[in-house]
Design a protein around this ligand. Structure first.
Ligand SMILES: Nc1ncnc2c1ncn2[C@@H]1O[C@H](COP(=O)(O)OP(=O)(O)OP(=O)(O)O)[C@@H](O)[C@H]1O
Ligand SMILES: [Mg+2]
Length: 263
Protein backbone atom coordinates (compact mmCIF):
# COMPACT_ATOMS: atom_id res chain seq x y z
CA UNK A 1 0.00 0.00 0.00
CA UNK A 2 1.28 3.42 -0.90
CA UNK A 3 1.79 5.37 2.30
CA UNK A 4 3.67 8.23 0.65
CA UNK A 5 2.54 11.82 0.84
CA UNK A 6 -0.91 12.32 -0.56
CA UNK A 7 -2.46 15.44 -1.97
CA UNK A 8 -4.68 17.04 0.57
CA UNK A 9 -7.09 19.92 0.35
CA UNK A 10 -4.41 22.16 1.83
CA UNK A 11 -2.27 21.74 -1.32
CA UNK A 12 -4.54 24.03 -3.26
CA UNK A 13 -5.47 27.30 -1.61
CA UNK A 14 -9.21 27.54 -1.01
CA UNK A 15 -10.83 30.03 -3.38
CA UNK A 16 -11.88 33.21 -1.61
CA UNK A 17 -15.44 32.78 -0.42
CA UNK A 18 -16.54 35.64 -2.60
CA UNK A 19 -19.69 35.45 -4.67
CA UNK A 20 -19.85 38.97 -6.12
CA UNK A 21 -17.19 41.49 -6.98
CA UNK A 22 -18.10 44.73 -8.74
CA UNK A 23 -15.58 47.42 -9.65
CA UNK A 24 -16.18 50.89 -11.03
CA UNK A 25 -19.64 50.11 -12.37
CA UNK A 26 -21.12 53.04 -14.28
CA UNK A 27 -24.59 53.12 -15.79
CA UNK A 28 -26.02 56.02 -17.72
CA UNK A 29 -29.54 55.91 -19.15
CA UNK A 30 -29.98 57.83 -22.34
CA UNK A 31 -33.44 58.65 -23.58
CA UNK A 32 -33.97 61.39 -26.12
CA UNK A 33 -32.19 64.56 -25.08
CA UNK A 34 -31.68 63.41 -21.49
CA UNK A 35 -28.97 61.47 -19.74
CA UNK A 36 -29.42 60.05 -16.26
CA UNK A 37 -26.27 59.01 -14.38
CA UNK A 38 -27.91 56.19 -12.45
CA UNK A 39 -24.67 54.55 -11.22
CA UNK A 40 -21.53 56.66 -10.84
CA UNK A 41 -18.87 54.11 -9.93
CA UNK A 42 -20.04 51.21 -7.78
CA UNK A 43 -17.54 48.97 -5.95
CA UNK A 44 -19.13 46.10 -4.04
CA UNK A 45 -17.92 42.73 -2.78
CA UNK A 46 -20.24 40.12 -1.30
CA UNK A 47 -18.98 37.02 0.48
CA UNK A 48 -20.66 33.62 0.51
CA UNK A 49 -23.44 33.51 3.12
CA UNK A 50 -23.77 37.27 3.59
CA UNK A 51 -27.07 39.09 3.86
CA UNK A 52 -26.57 42.54 2.36
CA UNK A 53 -29.43 45.02 2.48
CA UNK A 54 -29.47 48.03 0.17
CA UNK A 55 -31.38 51.18 1.08
CA UNK A 56 -31.58 54.73 -0.19
CA UNK A 57 -34.00 57.36 -1.42
CA UNK A 58 -36.31 56.67 -4.35
CA UNK A 59 -34.76 57.22 -7.77
CA UNK A 60 -31.18 57.01 -6.50
CA UNK A 61 -30.10 53.84 -8.31
CA UNK A 62 -30.96 50.80 -6.16
CA UNK A 63 -32.91 48.86 -8.80
CA UNK A 64 -30.35 49.88 -11.41
CA UNK A 65 -27.62 48.51 -9.14
CA UNK A 66 -29.38 45.15 -8.91
CA UNK A 67 -30.13 45.02 -12.63
CA UNK A 68 -26.52 45.85 -13.54
CA UNK A 69 -24.76 43.70 -10.94
CA UNK A 70 -26.90 40.68 -11.90
CA UNK A 71 -26.27 41.20 -15.61
CA UNK A 72 -29.94 41.81 -16.41
CA UNK A 73 -28.94 45.17 -17.84
CA UNK A 74 -25.78 46.31 -19.64
CA UNK A 75 -23.24 48.61 -18.01
CA UNK A 76 -21.25 51.49 -19.48
CA UNK A 77 -18.02 50.90 -17.53
CA UNK A 78 -16.58 48.61 -14.89
CA UNK A 79 -16.50 44.87 -14.22
CA UNK A 80 -18.83 42.48 -12.41
CA UNK A 81 -17.81 38.97 -11.37
CA UNK A 82 -20.47 36.60 -10.04
CA UNK A 83 -19.51 33.16 -8.78
CA UNK A 84 -16.17 33.32 -10.55
CA UNK A 85 -17.39 34.48 -13.96
CA UNK A 86 -16.93 37.96 -15.45
CA UNK A 87 -20.51 38.79 -16.53
CA UNK A 88 -19.71 41.32 -19.19
CA UNK A 89 -16.84 39.38 -20.75
CA UNK A 90 -19.22 36.60 -21.84
CA UNK A 91 -21.76 36.42 -24.65
CA UNK A 92 -25.37 37.41 -23.96
CA UNK A 93 -26.44 33.76 -24.23
CA UNK A 94 -23.80 32.62 -21.75
CA UNK A 95 -24.66 35.45 -19.38
CA UNK A 96 -28.34 34.49 -19.52
CA UNK A 97 -27.46 30.90 -18.70
CA UNK A 98 -25.09 31.92 -15.89
CA UNK A 99 -27.89 34.02 -14.44
CA UNK A 100 -30.44 31.23 -14.76
CA UNK A 101 -28.24 28.66 -13.05
CA UNK A 102 -26.39 30.77 -10.44
CA UNK A 103 -28.85 33.51 -9.46
CA UNK A 104 -32.39 33.71 -8.11
CA UNK A 105 -34.64 36.76 -8.30
CA UNK A 106 -37.42 38.08 -6.10
CA UNK A 107 -38.43 41.06 -8.24
CA UNK A 108 -41.89 42.51 -8.63
CA UNK A 109 -41.31 42.77 -12.37
CA UNK A 110 -40.92 39.00 -12.53
CA UNK A 111 -44.51 38.22 -11.74
CA UNK A 112 -45.94 34.76 -11.47
CA UNK A 113 -47.64 33.33 -14.53
CA UNK A 114 -51.37 33.43 -13.72
CA UNK A 115 -52.42 30.32 -15.67
CA UNK A 116 -49.80 28.11 -14.00
CA UNK A 117 -50.11 26.53 -10.56
CA UNK A 118 -47.68 27.45 -7.78
CA UNK A 119 -45.71 24.24 -8.45
CA UNK A 120 -45.61 24.93 -12.21
CA UNK A 121 -44.40 28.49 -11.61
CA UNK A 122 -41.67 27.27 -9.26
CA UNK A 123 -40.45 24.47 -11.54
CA UNK A 124 -40.25 26.72 -14.61
CA UNK A 125 -36.67 27.97 -14.07
CA UNK A 126 -35.54 24.35 -13.70
CA UNK A 127 -37.26 23.25 -16.92
CA UNK A 128 -35.66 26.19 -18.75
CA UNK A 129 -32.21 24.96 -17.71
CA UNK A 130 -32.92 21.39 -18.80
CA UNK A 131 -33.82 19.62 -15.55
CA UNK A 132 -36.05 16.56 -16.23
CA UNK A 133 -39.76 17.33 -15.61
CA UNK A 134 -40.23 14.72 -12.89
CA UNK A 135 -37.17 15.89 -10.93
CA UNK A 136 -38.21 19.53 -11.42
CA UNK A 137 -41.70 18.84 -10.05
CA UNK A 138 -40.27 17.07 -7.00
CA UNK A 139 -37.92 19.95 -6.25
CA UNK A 140 -40.74 22.46 -6.72
CA UNK A 141 -42.85 20.59 -4.18
CA UNK A 142 -39.91 20.35 -1.75
CA UNK A 143 -39.17 24.05 -1.90
CA UNK A 144 -42.85 25.03 -1.64
CA UNK A 145 -42.91 22.94 1.54
CA UNK A 146 -39.90 24.88 2.77
CA UNK A 147 -41.68 28.22 2.37
CA UNK A 148 -44.77 26.87 4.11
CA UNK A 149 -46.91 26.28 1.02
CA UNK A 150 -46.83 22.49 0.79
CA UNK A 151 -50.63 22.42 0.70
CA UNK A 152 -50.96 25.19 -1.91
CA UNK A 153 -48.87 23.67 -4.73
CA UNK A 154 -51.89 23.24 -7.02
CA UNK A 155 -53.25 26.75 -6.49
CA UNK A 156 -52.89 29.33 -9.21
CA UNK A 157 -51.58 32.78 -8.19
CA UNK A 158 -55.14 34.17 -8.25
CA UNK A 159 -56.10 31.57 -5.63
CA UNK A 160 -53.38 32.69 -3.20
CA UNK A 161 -53.08 35.63 -0.81
CA UNK A 162 -50.54 38.40 -1.52
CA UNK A 163 -48.15 37.01 1.07
CA UNK A 164 -48.54 33.48 -0.28
CA UNK A 165 -47.84 34.72 -3.80
CA UNK A 166 -44.66 36.37 -2.56
CA UNK A 167 -43.70 33.08 -0.89
CA UNK A 168 -44.07 31.39 -4.29
CA UNK A 169 -41.66 33.94 -5.80
CA UNK A 170 -39.19 33.20 -2.99
CA UNK A 171 -39.61 29.45 -3.70
CA UNK A 172 -39.03 30.09 -7.41
CA UNK A 173 -35.83 32.01 -6.58
CA UNK A 174 -34.61 29.21 -4.30
CA UNK A 175 -35.46 26.19 -6.43
CA UNK A 176 -32.31 26.21 -8.57
CA UNK A 177 -30.12 26.38 -5.43
CA UNK A 178 -28.56 29.63 -6.69
CA UNK A 179 -25.26 30.99 -5.44
CA UNK A 180 -26.88 34.39 -4.97
CA UNK A 181 -30.44 35.69 -4.59
CA UNK A 182 -31.35 39.26 -5.53
CA UNK A 183 -34.52 40.76 -4.09
CA UNK A 184 -35.95 44.17 -5.01
CA UNK A 185 -38.45 45.43 -2.44
CA UNK A 186 -39.76 41.97 -1.58
CA UNK A 187 -42.18 43.44 0.96
CA UNK A 188 -43.12 46.52 -1.09
CA UNK A 189 -46.65 45.50 -2.04
CA UNK A 190 -47.56 43.78 1.24
CA UNK A 191 -49.35 44.96 4.40
CA UNK A 192 -47.12 45.23 7.45
CA UNK A 193 -48.09 41.87 8.96
CA UNK A 194 -47.62 39.94 5.73
CA UNK A 195 -44.40 41.87 5.14
CA UNK A 196 -43.22 40.68 8.55
CA UNK A 197 -43.82 37.05 7.50
CA UNK A 198 -41.81 37.51 4.32
CA UNK A 199 -38.96 39.17 6.24
CA UNK A 200 -38.95 36.21 8.63
CA UNK A 201 -38.83 33.81 5.67
CA UNK A 202 -35.92 35.68 4.05
CA UNK A 203 -34.02 35.69 7.35
CA UNK A 204 -34.61 31.93 7.65
CA UNK A 205 -33.33 31.42 4.11
CA UNK A 206 -30.23 33.43 5.04
CA UNK A 207 -29.77 31.49 8.28
CA UNK A 208 -29.77 28.28 6.19
CA UNK A 209 -26.66 29.60 4.41
CA UNK A 210 -28.05 31.40 1.36
CA UNK A 211 -26.34 34.58 0.12
CA UNK A 212 -28.82 37.42 -0.41
CA UNK A 213 -28.75 41.01 -1.61
CA UNK A 214 -32.03 42.74 -0.76
CA UNK A 215 -33.13 46.23 -1.77
CA UNK A 216 -35.71 47.54 0.63
CA UNK A 217 -37.42 50.65 1.93
CA UNK A 218 -38.35 48.71 5.08
CA UNK A 219 -36.21 50.01 7.96
CA UNK A 220 -36.80 46.80 9.93
CA UNK A 221 -35.55 44.56 7.14
CA UNK A 222 -32.83 47.00 6.07
CA UNK A 223 -31.34 47.06 9.54
CA UNK A 224 -31.83 43.37 10.35
CA UNK A 225 -28.76 42.11 8.47
CA UNK A 226 -25.09 42.42 9.40
CA UNK A 227 -24.38 44.72 6.53
CA UNK A 228 -26.28 47.69 5.13
CA UNK A 229 -25.31 49.42 1.90
CA UNK A 230 -26.77 52.89 1.42
CA UNK A 231 -27.01 54.31 -2.05
CA UNK A 232 -27.39 57.97 -2.82
CA UNK A 233 -27.28 59.59 -6.20
CA UNK A 234 -25.73 56.55 -7.87
CA UNK A 235 -22.98 56.07 -5.29
CA UNK A 236 -22.51 53.90 -2.22
CA UNK A 237 -22.33 56.32 0.70
CA UNK A 238 -22.27 53.76 3.54
CA UNK A 239 -21.32 50.09 3.59
CA UNK A 240 -21.18 48.38 6.94
CA UNK A 241 -22.85 47.87 10.25
CA UNK A 242 -26.52 48.94 10.07
CA UNK A 243 -26.16 50.43 13.57
CA UNK A 244 -23.68 53.05 12.37
CA UNK A 245 -25.53 53.81 9.14
CA UNK A 246 -27.03 57.26 8.78
CA UNK A 247 -30.79 57.45 9.32
CA UNK A 248 -32.93 57.61 6.18
CA UNK A 249 -33.82 61.21 7.06
CA UNK A 250 -30.15 62.17 6.89
CA UNK A 251 -30.07 61.01 3.29
CA UNK A 252 -31.97 63.89 1.75
CA UNK A 253 -34.08 62.64 -1.14
CA UNK A 254 -31.99 63.64 -4.12
CA UNK A 255 -32.98 62.08 -7.39
CA UNK A 256 -30.18 61.06 -9.74
CA UNK A 257 -29.16 64.10 -11.75
CA UNK A 258 -30.75 64.28 -15.15
CA UNK A 259 -28.82 66.44 -17.56
CA UNK A 260 -29.88 67.85 -20.86
CA UNK A 261 -27.56 66.73 -23.64
CA UNK A 262 -26.96 68.98 -26.59
CA UNK A 263 -28.15 67.14 -29.69
N1 LIG B 1 -34.93 52.49 -18.19
C1 LIG B 1 -34.64 53.72 -17.78
N2 LIG B 1 -34.45 54.73 -18.65
C2 LIG B 1 -34.13 55.97 -18.23
N3 LIG B 1 -33.95 56.31 -16.94
C3 LIG B 1 -34.14 55.34 -16.01
C4 LIG B 1 -34.49 54.01 -16.38
N4 LIG B 1 -34.59 53.27 -15.25
C5 LIG B 1 -34.33 54.10 -14.23
N5 LIG B 1 -34.05 55.35 -14.68
C6 LIG B 1 -33.66 56.51 -13.86
O1 LIG B 1 -32.49 56.14 -13.14
C7 LIG B 1 -32.54 56.63 -11.81
C8 LIG B 1 -32.40 55.48 -10.83
O2 LIG B 1 -33.55 54.64 -10.92
P1 LIG B 1 -33.75 53.34 -10.02
O3 LIG B 1 -34.95 52.63 -10.56
O4 LIG B 1 -32.49 52.60 -9.99
O5 LIG B 1 -34.06 53.98 -8.59
P2 LIG B 1 -34.41 53.27 -7.21
O6 LIG B 1 -33.39 53.71 -6.23
O7 LIG B 1 -34.61 51.83 -7.42
O8 LIG B 1 -35.80 53.97 -6.82
P3 LIG B 1 -37.09 53.37 -6.06
O9 LIG B 1 -36.74 53.33 -4.62
O10 LIG B 1 -38.16 54.40 -6.35
O11 LIG B 1 -37.40 52.03 -6.65
C9 LIG B 1 -33.87 57.38 -11.69
O12 LIG B 1 -33.60 58.76 -11.86
C10 LIG B 1 -34.70 56.85 -12.83
O13 LIG B 1 -35.60 57.81 -13.31
MG1 LIG C 1 -36.28 50.56 -7.32
Amino acid sequence: MNVGPQRTHTDTPAPPPQILSARGVVKTYRSGAHEVSALRGIDLDVQVGELVTVMGPSGNGKTTLLNCLSGLDDIDAGTVTVDGADLFAMSDAKRTRHRATRMGFVFQAFNLIPVLSAAENVELPLLVTGVAPKAARKRAHDVLGRVGLGDRADHRPGELSGGERQRVTVARALVGEPALIWADEPTGALDSRTAGDIIELLLEVHAAGQTLVIVTHDEGLGRSGQRLVQVRDGRIVHDGDPRTAPAASELAPAAAASVEVAS
